[in-house]
Design a binder for this molecule. Structure first.
Ligand code: G1P
Length: 277
């Protein structure tokens, strides 16, 4: 069975981008002229996922408006040279189905995913954190992950080797490499460098089997009430149910200024090269 659905946790505040994110969702920050979340949705589509579930929060209505018709604007630019600037988003709206739910309290990624259960139901699904902007070809990162899912029929996490000084920002896997993938035995959430099981950090791309919801309901929150997706994945990993894929391609961490600026420069240069300017 192919994976039809992709969940986008998008309730976070984006405080690192204040004041830009005071009234605008961080997922709407543009890399050149396209919002981060649109890149994420385009990636989901390359992997065949057309049912897009977005977990939003207060102040995020711009996301819903973005993935909707804008009659007045479309009417205004109809027949002008600017019409093609909306071609991509118009096609996305035509080909995907969007549904939304709100995360009322920010209680971690595990909680956001559990809130999305109603949008996903009882089937495997992708998760994309739009902050992580991934560039890969010919296959997108999510396409690479779907291929692994089809082979192993279990949860898949995308991993990237990071420097030891950065492991404390991520969930980090322990596992054995075989046939080009990692059989994950366990994961540690944001370890100190000296206790990290490896330097393979989980980035914002997941394929999850639906038993994750039941597991998320059962595990205990960490102090502060947050539910870590890593803790739920650890339960699956104990039964051999998690594969780590060291994807090919590049990732820009657009949750921070350095990654955001690097992604902007990269995308701008690529666009300029394509247009031959
Ligand atoms: C979350 C996960 C972490 C993962 C990261 C990827 O952390 O808890 O395991 O490595 O996403 O972006 P957060 O960024 O929400 O702190």
């Amino acid at each position: 069975m192919s994976i039809r659905k992709c969940l986008f946790p998008a309730a976070g505040y984006g405080t690192r981008f204040l004041p830009a994110t005071k009234a605008m969702p961080k997922e709407m920050m543009p890399i050149v002229s396209k919002p981060l979340i649109q890149y994420g949705v385009e990636e989901a589509m390359t992997a065949g996922m057309r049912e897009i579930g977005i977990v939003t929060g207060r102040g995020k209505r711009a996301i819903e408006d973005h993935f909707d018709k804008s009659y007045e604007l479309e009417n205004q630019i109809a027949g002008t040279g600017k019409e093609n600037l909306l071609a991509e988003i118009t096609e996305i709206i035509a080909r995907c189905r969007f549904s939304y739910t709100r995360q009322v309290e920010m209680l971690g990624l595990g909680h956001a995913i559990l809130v999305g259960e109603g949008l996903v139901g009882n089937e495997p699904f992708g998760v994309i954190l739009a902050d992580d902007y991934c560039v890969a070809s010919p296959d997108s990162v999510m396409q690479q992950m779907v291929k692994i899912y089809e082979k192993y029929q279990c949860s898949v996490v995308a991993v990237e080797e990071v420097s030891l000084s950065r492991v404390s920002r991520y969930g980090v896997i322990d596992g054995v490499e075989r046939d080009g993938v990692f059989r994950v035995s366990s994961m540690v959430e944001k370890p100190r460098p000296e206790s990290a099981p490896s330097q393979l950090a989980i980035i914002g791309r997941y394929i999850l089997t639906p038993d994750i919801f039941e597991i998320l309901r059962k595990i205990s929150p960490v102090s502060g009430g947050e539910l870590h997706i890593t803790d739920a994945l650890n339960v699956q990993a104990r039964n051999g149910g998690v594969i780590g894929l060291k994807f090919s391609g590049s990732r820009f961490d657009c949750g921070g200024l350095d990654g955001f600026v690097a992604a902007t420069n990269y995308t701008y240069d690529t666009l300029k090269m394509k247009s031959g300017v």
